[in-house]
Design a protein around this ligand. Structure first.
Ligand code: C2E
Ligand code: MG
Ligand code: MG
Ligand code: MG
Length: 280
């Protein structure tokens, strides 16, 4: 049976497409169930001040603990969740988990939550943020949302209104993956972001490519002129930290400074928590 189906190139192609489509459909059904079944977990990755190495905050990164497939990467399921609309309930769930976790941390570190462009399409985000802050008691100053520049492309006026409404709650707004989109500089003029997160692609190339280094320097200059702190993503080596320090970059995030880990495994969060529990 299989031989017959696969005995031409067209047959292979069709079978592969069907298989991919089938897998996608299965995953969408599983995604829908996974929220109710509590299969999503948040990992947190530390963000540090480059000069003092003090902790600035933690970025929440969603993980799907699939019953058969193990940990599934957000790069695999976020696009599916976006296409199927499931990013709306998933995004709510993530916001709630992140604020709840952060509210329980014994130190008032900031928590950064990624928000998909699809979550920006309607007016519900400010209400969700307000409701979750209210529920969890998290100080709005401790919450930051991360949006990509693509968020601003489809309907800039609408998006700016939403971002302003979120900002009005006392929450800050970071531009994620800066430098990778089509309207990088334009988006900076549309909304006064509280932080620029320079995409990890530039740091990866920095010692090999004079172009990458020039772009990092240019972004740091823009940040300084606009008075917006720049955080470099994807710092993996000490020499990159040295370079960032020399260039005057304020903040960094990457495997060198800490891998994403569950809230209870964060050394800087859990050690004091255990002491607090013991003392209390
Ligand atoms: P992002 O927001 O740019 O997050 C940073 C990604 O870079 C994370 O991948 C992180 O684990 C990875 N990373 C951190 N340090 C390093 C490093 O030193 N080197 C390298 N090579 N990578 C590093 P992750 O967790 O797989 O997430 C991938 C993307 O999925 C995120 O990119 C974000 O766009 C999306 N995502 C993750 N969680 C959420 C979420 O809760 N909601 C939404 N809408 N998107 C999410
Ligand atoms: Mg992010
Ligand atoms: Mg990023
Ligand atoms: Mg990204």
């Amino acid at each position: 049976r299989v031989k017959n189906l696969h005995n031409s190139d067209v047959g292979y192609y069709r079978a592969d497409l069907d298989e991919v489509a089938r897998q996608r459909r299965t995953m969408v059904v599983e995604l829908a169930r996974a929220i109710d079944d509590d299969q999503f977990e948040l990992y947190y990755q530390v963000q540090k001040n480059v000069q003092t190495r003090e902790i600035v905050g933690y970025e929440a990164l969603v993980r799907w603990r699939h019953p058969e497939r193990g940990m599934v990467s957000p790069m695999e399921f976020i696009p599916l969740a976006e296409h199927s609309g499931l990013i709306i309930p998933l995004g709510e769930h993530v916001m709630r988990m992140a604020c709840r976790d952060a509210a329980a941390w014994p130190r008032p570190y900031k928590v950064a939550v990624n928000v998909s462009p699809v979550q920006m399409l309607d007016d519900s985000l400010p209400r969700l943020v307000e409701q979750v802050l209210d529920e969890t008691g998290l100080d709005p100053k401790r919450l930051e949302i991360e949006v990509t520049e693509s968020t601003l492309v489809a309907d800039p006026d609408h998006t700016v209104r939403i971002l302003k409404a979120v900002r009005a709650l006392g929450v800050s707004v970071a531009m994620d993956d800066f430098g990778t989109g089509y309207s990088t500089l334009a988006s900076l003029s549309l909304f006064p972001f509280d932080r620029i997160k320079l995409d990890k692609a530039f740091l990866a190339e920095i010692d090999r490519s004079p172009q990458a280094k020039a772009i990092v320097q240019a972004v740091l200059t823009i940040g300084k002129s606009l008075n917006i702190p720049v955080l470099a993503e994807g710092v993996e080596r000490e020499d990159q930290m040295t370079m960032l320090h020399e260039e005057g970059c304020m903040e960094a995030q990457g495997y060198l400074l800490g891998r994403p880990a569950p809230s209870i495994d964060l050394p800087d969060v859990v050690v004091p928590l255990r002491l607090v529990e013991r003392a209390g």
